[in-house]
Design a protein around this ligand. Structure first.
Ligand code: PFF
Ligand code: NA
Length: 453
């Protein structure tokens, strides 16, 4: 049997894990979620979620990958013959996400070019849905949008090229370039943002604590949801990446570094985004609350407006902003695509090259659906479905099976402590065996109730 691929250096693994974690979730999801969840007060549920669920689960997933040395399906099947399906379910969700995440990165790539001379014009919303995405009336939808096609091909060529080159020569090198570059670029953007006129108003709106918000269960659910999504937990990613760790690797410490780096970046993004929103509100003569946005609207409608209003060097800063989305997105897309590339290759005993061609090829072809002039509607539907039935539910099943059915936590604790400096104690088992299932169970229950009524 061929020896298992391995990371070349500890920093390589950490960069790759951070690269997966830092994504669009940090840049366009976190700031809006925090603002809606009580601003400065949101940090309380957020930090509690990070420490009681995020990092403990990350440690568990790192341990599973390190101990069983397989992609998610193989690791689960080695844990117990009966649980291989959990791995495949996570891989399936990852596959679906990759088909539309790639399209969003393609948009960001186009926008980095549009930014140079603000060719999106004054009506940025009309531009996005009109000229660029060519969203048509029902009846005419289904034709490919040429403007999206070329960047989408570039996105897949880079992603599949990196995966084809393998763990050390591909994933590790890419992340060692992308992540430091991303951090530097993002710092430059944030420094510029906080020195814009009106930035202080935005920061005030972001940090001003509304303590009444955190008495609502919904805000706690939002905090846990953000942590899961943001740390790439229950996506099959972290199990796959940690399966390439050398035998002697500090699991627990690596999980803390990954968790805190991701949250630091998230905080930085919150500061940058809200400083820019404060600037925009000031220019428009309205309150910050009137311009707050998240998701696609923030990135492709509001940010172009902010760039339009920039006092100087707007082309450069617009380019850097969209480049940061591209870098953050690519490193996440690489990680999520590696889950099925490795999963397929191990299950069917085929080479990495073949499984990149089959798995990656299928994902790239399917992504074309989202590059049509009705694609944005499919994208919304897919994202909704995935968020409801994907990540949180898999996370819940994962902890219940591992902690309660297979009763693996003591064994995993011993495994992690055997290689790590920071010893895991009873707190870790309590977090995973009790707190996390209760919160995730409540989360699924309230989602269910919301959908019923
Ligand atoms: N951790 C990522 C984020 O915060 O954006 C979530 C993610 C999404 C990871 C999509 C990977 C991925 F392909
Ligand atoms: Na993240």
């Amino acid at each position: 049997m061929e020896a298992r691929e391995q990371w070349g250096t500890r920093a390589g693994f950490i960069m790759a894990a951070i690269g997966s974690a830092i994504g669009l979730g940090n840049i366009w999801r976190f700031p809006a979620v925090a603002y809606d969840g009580g601003g400065g007060a949101f940090f309380i549920p957020y930090l509690i979620a990070l420490l009681t669920a995020g990092i403990p689960l990350l440690i568990m997933e790192f341990t599973i990958g390190h101990k069983y040395r397989g992609s998610a399906p193989l690791s689960y099947s080695r844990m117990s013959k009966k649980t291989e399906w959990i791995g495949w379910w996570a891989v399936f969700v990852a596959f679906v996400i990759s088909t539309y995440y790639s399209v969003i990165i393609a948009w960001a790539m186009s926008y980095s070019v549009f930014a140079l001379n603000q060719s999106w014009g004054d009506d940025t919303e009309g531009f996005l849905f009109g000229e660029y995405l060519q969203v048509a009336d029902a009846g005419q939808i289904g034709s490919l949008v040429p403007g999206v096609l070329i960047p989408l091909i570039i996105v897949w060529v880079i992603t599949l090229g990196v995966l084809f080159r393998g763990v050390q020569r591909g994933i590790e090198i890419a992340n060692r370039i992308f992540i430091p570059a991303l951090v530097v670029i993002f710092l430059i953007i944030c420094i510029r943002a906080v020195t814009l006129p009106g930035a202080a108003l935005g920061l005030q709106a972001f940090f001003e604590p509304d303590f009444s918000a955190i008495t609502s269960g919904e805000v706690w659910v939002a905090a846990y949801g953000q942590i899961f999504f943001s740390l790439s937990i229950a996506f099959a990613i972290m199990i796959t990446y940690s399966s390439y760790l050398p035998k002697k690797s500090d699991i627990t410490n690596n999980a803390f570094i990954t968790g805190f780096s991701n949250s630091s970046f998230e905080l930085l993004a919150g500061i940058g985004v809200f400083a820019a929103l404060g600037f925009m509100a000031t220019q428009a003569g309205v309150g910050v609350d009137e311009v707050v946005a998240g998701g696609i609207g923030l990135a492709f409608v509001v940010f172009p407006q902010i760039i339009n209003a920039f006092p100087a060097l707007s082309g450069l800063f617009g380019f850097l902003f969209f480049l940061s989305l591209v870098l953050a997105g690519l490193s996440s897309l690489i990680s999520i695509s590696e889950t099925y590339v490795k999963g397929i290759s191990e299950k069917f005993n085929i080479s990495r090259a073949k499984s990149v061609a089959i798995g990656g090829g299928a994902a790239a072809l399917l992504s074309l659906i989202f590059a049509t002039n009705g694609g944005i509607n499919f994208l919304d539907a897919a994202d909704y479905f995935i968020n409801q039935f994907g990540v949180a539910l898999i996370g819940l099943v994962e902890v219940i099976v591992v902690a309660w059915f297979l009763r693996k936590l003591p064994e995993f604790q011993e495994h992690a402590n055997g290689v790590s400096d920071i010893p895991l104690g009873l707190w870790w088992r309590v977090c995973l065996g009790i707190i996390t299932p209760i919160i995730l169970g409540y989360m699924m229950f309230s989602l269910f109730v919301q959908n019923l009524f």
